[in-house]
Write a protein that binds this ligand. Structure first.
Ligand code: PGA
Length: 328
């Protein structure tokens, strides 16, 4: 969103005799916030979908405008300077105020013409698009912006408060977040139809140690849940290729490259067409929940509030009606 914001504003600080005028752009503030959050130019660039030189350039221009260094580099790491820490506080307040202003103005337009910006986990996108379609049928004038990304980037969105809300697996404890679960998310083990374990009932967990697993990328909620689960059960899996989409994992499993662990919500078509099989493994599925999440105290627009209630009250039933099984 910040890419299209071209408003430049000035901040006047009266210090007795001295008047300082800062020319800052919202884009610079967004970039600054991401770098301060990640303490890394490359990670900030990735989160913002920019190149690293573009991020460094924005920070350089910002520091020139402020007249102080906001970051310092010690070894390979960067740190906030004292000025940077002070700047961060104001930057957060300004961005929060802007988000609130947007929401209040949206609210004044009424639900009929509002805007909704949500970010969903890659895995949740399978049903989220169906739910959005249903919501838009009821409110045809609402314009929706949907961002699909993995858990790590969803946590960035929440830190930056740049979306109305996020749909994801349970966020980590200790963050200042408002989260409500609205639907179960079973993770199952899938195999190609001709895999030798296909007809075996009640497969012991440690039998899986003889198999190779295709896994989602680092930062994926599915991958974190899978690693935690097998860690807790002292089962050491052999992992083969790493893939950044559920589609790629399904294709690779079908092609016989190994087994996969995915949410049942990504598999409706393949199971119906009998192109993949869910294995009957002891103590499976891993049961997770889908949550609707935003920052605590966030002032939701009328449209966002309506969508949140729609998800909480009807999300699970509609998803099930559209063919997303909630249980095995
Ligand atoms: P993901 O799913 O693997 O697509 O990031 C999110 C989650 O299960 O938390």
């Amino acid at each position: 969103m910040y890419l299209i914001v071209i408003i430049s504003f000035s901040l006047y600080i009266f210090t007795g005799r001295l008047t300082i005028m800062l020319h800052l752009t919202l884009r610079q503030l967004r970039v600054y916030e991401a770098v301060a959050h990640h303490l890394s130019y490359s990670r900030a660039a990735k989160a913002l979908h920019l190149t690293q030189p573009a991020v460094s350039m924005q920070i350089k221009q910002l520091e020139e405008s402020v007249g102080l260094a906001l970051f310092e580099q010690l070894g390979k790491k960067i740190y906030l300077t004292e000025a940077g820490k002070e700047f961060s506080r104001y930057c957060r307040n300004i961005l929060d105020q802007l988000a609130e202003m947007e929401n209040v103005l949206e609210e004044m337009k009424g639900i009929d013409r509002g805007k909704l910006s949500i970010s969903v986990a890659t895995t949740a996108s399978h049903f989220a698009t169906q739910l959005l379609a249903e919501f838009c049928k009821r409110y045809p004038k609402v314009s929706v912006s949907l961002d699909v990304t993995n858990r790590e980037y969803l946590l960035n969105h929440l830190a930056q408060n740049d979306m109305d809300m996020v749909v994801m697996g349970k966020p980590p404890e200790g963050l200042d977040l408002d989260m409500t679960s609205f639907m179960e998310n079973p993770l199952v083990i899938i195999a190609a139809v001709n895999h030798p374990l296909v007809h075996t009932p009640n497969i012991p967990l440690d039998r899986l140690q003889q198999e190779t697993f295709l896994v989602r990328e680092q930062g994926s909620g599915t991958r974190i849940a899978m690693e935690r689960y097998f860690g807790e059960h002292n089962v050491k899996l052999t992992t083969g290729s790493e893939m950044s989409t559920n589609e790629a994992i399904k294709q690779a499993v079908q092609a016989g490259m190994g087994l996969g662990i995915l949410s049942l919500h990504t598999l409706s078509l393949e199971l119906e067409a009998q192109r993949l099989v869910v294995l009957d493994v002891q103590s499976f599925p891993i049961m997770r929940d889908w949550y609707v999440v935003h920052r605590t105290g966030k002032r939701l627009s009328a449209t966002a509030q309506m969508f949140k209630e729609f998800l909480l009250n009807e999300g699970a039933q509609i998803a099930e009606k559209k063919g997303f099984s909630l249980t095995l």
